[in-house]
Design a protein. Structure first.
Length: 225
């Protein structure tokens, strides 16, 4: 009996360790992009008296770890409710770009092997500043050259552990337009990417099925085979 119990525990541990949560926790104190409204998470007090918990939540579609659909910027009528659901799932890898950032710009030559993935994720290490002013005030963003290379490829989308694929002072959101016009998904505010550098894994980034949703908070999860 003891042997089978220990064996069962080992299998459970193995299964748990195969999953990696790449998402920030949402709460009323979750940092928001400058200009966005602060979210609200409120427990229904009347129901609580009956020992029932039900929360009312107010948030925008780009809170915390989230994805952008093509409808977010531009004239693409591709939303969270009509984009093919398999677009939010695929093989992915993480590229460590911490030593390839110059003047807050990520400009690297991608090897051909990376375009065999559905999602390419960039690890900048900037998630360490989550909750601090620096997180939104200064961060590394993709270069225009790299963005164009990603946009013309067959990948489903890209991800990054910062709040924006565009530079702080780019109010035209150039990189967003380039990627979204080619129907790529953009995932922002990822975390825990250090555990997945150069790994081959399955990425799940399913959004809420919001009618005409331009984006959605997600529970980004990596699964290593």
């Amino acid at each position: 009996m003891s042997f089978h119990f220990q064996e069962h525990q080992t299998l459970l541990s193995f299964k748990v360790n195969r999953f990696f949560d790449l998402s920030h926790t949402l709460s009323s104190k979750t940092p928001v992009f400058p200009g966005d409204e602060q979210p609200e998470f409120r427990v229904n007090e009347k129901l609580k008296k009956s020992n029932i918990q039900v929360m009312t939540i107010k948030l925008n579609t780009h809170l915390g770890t989230h994805l952008d659909c093509p409808s977010h910027l531009g004239d693409k009528n591709i939303f969270t409710d009509n984009m093919s659901i398999d677009h939010f799932y695929g093989h992915a890898t993480v590229i460590d770009v911490r030593d390839k950032i110059c003047n807050e710009e990520i400009n690297i030559e991608l090897k051909a092997k990376y375009f065999n993935y559905d999602y390419i994720i960039f690890f900048t290490g900037h998630d360490l500043f989550w909750g601090k002013d620096k997180y939104f005030n200064t961060y590394p963003a993709l270069s225009k050259k790299l963005t164009k290379e990603l946009a013309k490829s067959s990948i489903k989308g890209i991800g990054i552990d910062t709040c924006n694929v565009d530079k702080v002072n780019d109010l035209n959101f150039t990189n967003h337009h380039i990627l979204l016009n080619q129907e790529k998904v953009i995932i922002e505010n990822l975390t825990n990417l250090d555990k997945l550098i150069d790994k081959n894994f399955k990425l799940m980034v399913f959004p809420l099925k919001i009618k005409n949703g331009d984006g959605s908070p997600i529970r980004a999860v990596a699964l290593i085979d």
